[in-house]
Design a binder for this molecule. Structure first.
Ligand code: ZN
Length: 256
């Protein structure tokens, strides 16, 4: 199964505005005053888009028909790296929690589309310098190891700005629930010394939320958490050395 199908299978009915209330308010605050038209790329089920559309002239893009069915704005079904619209049409291109899911080629193509379609601003939100390996799980069937929310990469301000050399940074902020980073060396030890059922210590997550689909072999399963003394020790060690950081990173750039 490829990413596309996993994306289609996402529970688009389940993601509600309430879960992102704080973030949406922050997004609205962050948008410059001279913005009227917005292109929202990777809008998902429109949980942010539908609010933006109350204040701005919004066009939404997503590759999932299922997700777009919830969106109350002008909408186009397209992949972010190939958007069938004329260049420089929008005051601001906005993208929330999308780039971290992309493979290299798609990322490059999407970044180019952002630059092409924006008249002035690009506003991106991503997880704040997370360690995607922290949420690694292993498919019991084919042994493939992947990140549970399908995050393939991680960004900080510098790595984001570097993708857009034609743009200058206007402002940036980190925001949201504080989440602990996982030290990559300790994580490596944990992977080597303990069974995969002890990797993700989120024992408070309900069984239904632990359902996942292996992107490699399509096997659908509920990942386990089982206590393991070495894993526990390494988790505690990590707590003592790794800082907590706000979960989201916002960055606003302007064309030079
Ligand atoms: Zn598998």
């Amino acid at each position: 199964m490829d990413n596309q199908l996993i994306y289609e299978k996402f529970d688009w009915d389940g993601l509600k505005e309430n879960a992102l209330k704080g973030k949406i308010a922050k997004v609205l605050e962050f948008i410059p005053e001279d913005v009227n038209s917005i292109l929202d790329v990777g809008c998902g089920n429109g949980v942010i888009t539908n609010i933006l559309a109350q204040h701005f002239d919004v066009t939404a893009v997503d590759r999932s028909q299922q997700a777009l069915s919830h969106v109350n704005a002008k909408k186009i079904q397209a992949s972010a790296d190939e958007i069938p619209l004329k260049s420089e049409q929008f005051d601001m291109v906005f993208s929330s929690e999308m780039l971290e899911h992309m493979e290299e080629q798609v990322l490059k193509g999407s970044v180019n589309e952002f630059k092409r379609l924006s008249k002035k601003y690009i506003f991106i939100t991503v997880p704040n310098e997370e360690n995607p390996d922290k949420l690694s799980i292993q498919c019991p069937k084919c042994k493939f190891i992947y990140n549970r929310p399908n995050h393939l990469r991680s960004f900080n301000v510098n790595s984001l700005v570097k993708l857009f050399p034609e743009y200058k940074l206007v402002k940036t902020t980190s925001f949201g629930m504080k989440v602990r980073y996982y030290n990559s060396k300790i994580l490596k030890l944990k992977r080597n010394l303990t069974p995969s059922t002890a990797w993700v210590p989120y024992y408070w997550i309900s069984k239904t939320d632990r359902k996942t689909i292996c992107p490699h072999c399509e096997h659908e399963f509920i990942y386990d958490y089982r206590f393991h003394p070495i894993a526990f020790f390494l988790d505690v060690l990590n707590v003592t050395i790794s800082p907590k950081k706000p979960y989201w990173l916002f960055i606003l750039m302007e064309k030079k």
